[in-house]
Each structure stands twice: as structure tokens, then as C-alpha cells.
Ligand binder design. Sequence first.
Ligand code: 2P0
Length: 337
Amino acid sequence: AGRGSGAGTATAVAHPNIALVKYWGKRDERLFLPRTDSLSMTLDIFPTTTRVRLAPGAEHDTLTFNGAPATGEARRRIAAFLDLVRERAALGHRAVVDTVNTVPTGAGLASSASGFAALAVAAAAAYGLALDATALSRLARRGSGSASRSLFGDFAVWHAGVSAGTAEQADLSSYAEPVHAAPLDPALVIAVVDAGPKAVSSREAMRRTVGTSPLYEPWAHSSGADLADMRAALGRGDLEAVGEIAERNALGMHATMLAARPAVRYMSPASLTVLDSVLQLRREGTAAYATMDAGPNVKVLCRRADAQRVAAAVRSAVPGRAVHIAGPGPGARLLSE
Ligand code: 2P0
């Protein structure tokens, strides 16, 4: 099936992204509209490949994940996303969706960004929707907010969109697009400190933080300044500044959660040990900066030339944990059948 041909089968691949200015908090849960703009780097490791095949006459969607039937919340979210695509395409056929995710099982790394980016691209093509990159980013957003950014390679900014006006105007204005960066040669060293499932989902943690944390509004406000500073730092290829802004934005986000009632704490003792090793690397003159998401894993931004050394320092700080090195990766794309 070709792009938008409506021939009924399409396969797409997408990579995860790590936010350097975080998305934390929704203003509309149904439409996945965020409170703030965010900015991320798409990775070149751990792709998700998703094949969507229309099944005319079938009564249900058939969904598999790494060869096993999708169940529970994952199943519900994928089926709801397909309903959205069916509504847009005015085509009610159920689908067979096969997803292969290369994130090592139990790595504790989120896969909803690559998963819904790949699903948006494949489903749009299979259902015959001819959507441009902006429209695909908006569509992916409805599966998972961070998926809007995985449509694009390298660095992407996701606009929160307009708050005044109708829901439709808000929906139309909230999408991601590429961000220009001067040559930076960055790497992200990913320390998998704890492979267990997360204690609190990001959806619930965001809701609780926005609803109860006295630190949320100050962080959301300062995050706007972080975004402007981040764009400028990327524009001049200043890796130290990019890292400093990313680290302060992420630690601030975790502070908002610690002040929520009840508190949401994703950092574990091993996370703090890695954060200490990052400080030690900086004391020794290596540009290394930490960021963390809705879990205990720590991602360390550094120069590509320093990545092996940074990875070694992290490994010796938390022996026995998996450590991965990622560079900037490609945007989501359709594979030819
Ligand atoms: C981010 N995170 O910007 C932030 C930082 C985690 C911490 O996006 O509810 O799976 O599906 O929109 O995108 C993880 O949350 O949440 C996330 P939903 P999502 O990457």
C-alpha cells in the first residue's frame, strides 16, 4: 500500500524521544492538550514497528504486541485511537495491528511515544487518510502526548497551542515541528536503574501534580523561559547550555511531583547515585547533564565523543545495570510494503 492509497495495509517505524524541556500536565485530558510547550531529542535506538491491516467484516480489532495479544489498558488505548482514525476516515473496518517494540523487555523505558507515532503513521495510511506531518503529529498526540514529537527526527518542539477559543482551534494549534539546531554531536547515555513497572502512571501523576502541587504553576511558568533559552542554546550549538537547561527543567519537574499531595516520587536511591556521578563528571571537566522522566531511569546528555567515558562512569556508579548510548534519530516513516 502506498501513502494514502487506502489499499488497506501499511507498516510504519518510529523511535522514542527524550524531552529536554518536559511535558508535564494537561489542560485537556480528552484531547491531550498540554499545559506547556515541550522540546525533545528523538533517539536512534529502540524503534517500534507497527503494521496495520484492515479487516473488513471482522467484529473486533486484533492487536498484538511483540507477538502476544495486547491486553488491559494498552488494548483500550489502541482501540480508542483506531476509533478516532475510523471516524476521520469515515470507514468503520476493524483492523489487525501488530506492534514490535525493540526496547528490551522490562527496561523501564516508556514506549508510548514511539508506539503511537508509528501507529498514527501506519493507521492513517491503511485507512486512506492523506495527512501531512503536522496533521500526523496532532493525530499521534491523541494517543499519547509525547508521541506528537516522535513524528520528527533530531530535535522537535511540541506547541501547547492556543488556550482561548474553541476546542477545535486548540486541537488544530497543538502539534510538534522540527527545531533548528547548530551542529552539536550529542549523545544520551541511558542508565536503566530499575526495570520494574512504574508505581504511578504519568497520566495520574500529571493530574495529581497539576491539581495539588503548590510548585506546579511556578514550574510551568519557568518552563516557558527554559524553552526560549533552549531554542537559543540549540541554535548556537551550545551543548553545555542545552544540558544545564535540560537538567534544571527536569529536576524542577520532579520537584513539582514531590510537592504533590500525596507526593509522586520516581527517583530511587540508584537514581540519586547516578545524579551524583554526573556531578562528579562535571567536576572533572566533562560536559554531562542529567534528565529524568516518569520513572527512576536517568538519561545523561553529553558529547558523542565523551559517551563511552560517561557510560563507564555511570556503570561503575550503579554496577549491574544496563546502560545504553543513543544519538539523535530519525522521524516516523512509512515502510514500503
Ligand atoms: C515528556 N513525559 O515530555 C514527559 C516528561 C514523562 C516526563 O511525556 O498521558 O506517555 O500519554 O500524554 O506522553 C510521558 O507521558 O503521557 C511524558 P500521556 P506520556 O516526555
